[in-house]
Design a protein around this ligand. Structure first.
Ligand code: FAD
Length: 398
């Protein structure tokens, strides 16, 4: 009976756990999470969990497994590779035969003078969402620092709840880090139409409490923005410290192969904390993507029990819901040299297909085109050519 320890409490950790218990219900397995509950559907936090009464969907384990231990609100502080043990913040230690690191990411902090205020928010966990939600109500204004996916989803949720939303983005366009100009412009128009005040090139100098109103003030070079609450959504940092401290190969993420194997044969890693080979494009990447973390979790669960299948060969695929719009993001379209736009299946729908100079498919962006993106994903998975209707020559190049 092997002794497997999993550090992490998100989707990657829980998919690994589910797979291990599926393959070996008697496996001696311990999961260590610093959150206060089993994994849940994190994407809900900026969407339905804010705007509806839908309960958070849990990914917890159902059924009883005699050799399963789950430690919540517990942090792994060190990995001792020589003695194969994990040290915990409560002073305990747990030995392993195989260790899975699924430590995910944490929000990047805004490095300006910030007060400690219940009105200043980051959004990563269920607890964060529970704290933010009461501020999104009619009559309130929320200042959102960062025009990325999380910031824009919260802006859409705020508007749906009748709150005012101001988005402050330091770059000259929204989503500049990940999206081509076509998507940035489309999202800008969408949010404008829905009443969001978007300020581009807005460098935040300070966030302060306003003693006269009890609210907050965001100070930028071009003025002050009063708000009832502030959300900072300026990206994430991978939690790689445990891996770095114990000497694993880490390069912008814990280095793994397609099976999630690290530079130590007894340690595997999965999810947002990893940098993995995206074989189809011949490069190494780190994804901030639910499906990648989920699939990699399942793969490392198998690998921890000694079973190596095909490994992770998918293209990362991210979706985002804002107002009535569904945005789909497949592969790495930002690296494209040619972007070809195809009409979607309804009026307010389109698909951008990204190619490189050699005519190699790099990814796609779909607006209200879930079916077409699924078609592309299916073709990729089966090793089939990109369907002819999406061919390079069928539409004008942007
Ligand atoms: C608000 C929000 C909305 C999102 N929406 C979408 C979306 O619409 N579509 C999409 O594709 N993706 C979305 N994502 C991204 C997606 O949720 C993540 O990519 C995915 O959850 C990452 O899973 P993970 O298990 O790799 O990491 P995480 O979810 O970060 O889990 C890591 C876990 O490990 C714990 N941990 C870390 N270090 C330790 C330690 N030393 N000891 C113990 N525990 C530790 C953390 O607390 C956490 O519970 C969203 C993310 C957020 C925050």
């Amino acid at each position: 009976m092997s002794k497997i320890v999993i550090v992490g409490g998100g989707v990657a950790a829980y998919r690994a756990l589910h797979r291990i218990l599926e393959l070996d219900p008697l496996c001696d397995v311990t999961l260590i999470s610093d959150e206060d509950r089993p994994a849940y559907e994190r994407p809900m936090l900026s969407k339905e969990l804010l705007t509806s009464d839908k309960p958070l969907r849990s990914l917890g384990v159902r059924g009883s497994f005699p050799n399963l231990t789950q430690l919540f609100s517990t942090r792994a502080t060190k990995v001792d590779r020589r003695q194969k043990r994990v040290l915990l913040d409560d002073g305990c230690e747990i030995s392993y035969e195989k260790l899975i690191l699924a430590t995910g990411s944490r929000p990047r902090r805004l490095e300006v003078d910030n007060p400690t205020s219940e009105r200043l928010h980051y959004l990563r966990t269920a607890v964060d969402a529970e704290k933010l939600r009461p501020f999104l109500c009619p009559g309130n204004r929320i200042a959102i620092i960062g025009g990325g996916f999380i910031g824009l989803e919260v802006a859409a949720s705020a508007r749906a709840l009748g709150a005012e939303a101001v988005v402050l983005e330091a770059q000259p366009r929204l989503l500049a880090r990940v999206a081509p100009e076509s998507l940035s412009t489309w999202l800008h128009d969408l949010h404008k139409k829905n009443g969001v005040d978007i300020k581009l090139g807005a460098q935040v100098d300070q966030i302060a409490e306003d003693p006269s109103t009890g609210g907050m003030i965001v100070r930028t070079a071009s003025g002050e923005i009063p708000a009832d609450a502030v959300l900072v959504g300026i990206g994430v940092l991978p939690n790689v410290e445990l891996a770095v401290d114990c000497g694993l190969d880490v390069d912008g993420g814990i280095a793994v192969d397609i099976h999630g194997r690290t530079s130590d044969p007894y340690i595997l890693a999965a999810g947002e904390a990893t940098r993995y080979p995206l074989e189809r494009l011949g490069l190494l990447t780190r994804s901030e993507c639910w499906t990648t973390s989920s699939d990699q979790g399942t793969i490392v669960g198998e690998a921890a029990l000694g079973s190596l299948g095909d490994g992770y060969r998918e293209m990362p695929w991210v979706w985002s819901d804002q107002y009535e719009a569904s945005i789909q993001y497949l592969g790495l379209p930002l690296t494209a040299s040619r972007m070809v736009t195809h009409p979607g299946e309804s009026q307010n729908a389109w698909v951008d297909i990204a190619w490189d100079d050699a005519g190699r498919f790099l990814g796609a962006i779909g607006i209200n085109s879930g079916r077409q993106i699924s078609e592309l994903r299916r073709a990729l998975r089966k090793g089939l050519p990109i369907p002819a209707k999406f061919g390079l020559e069928t539409q004008a190049t942007l």
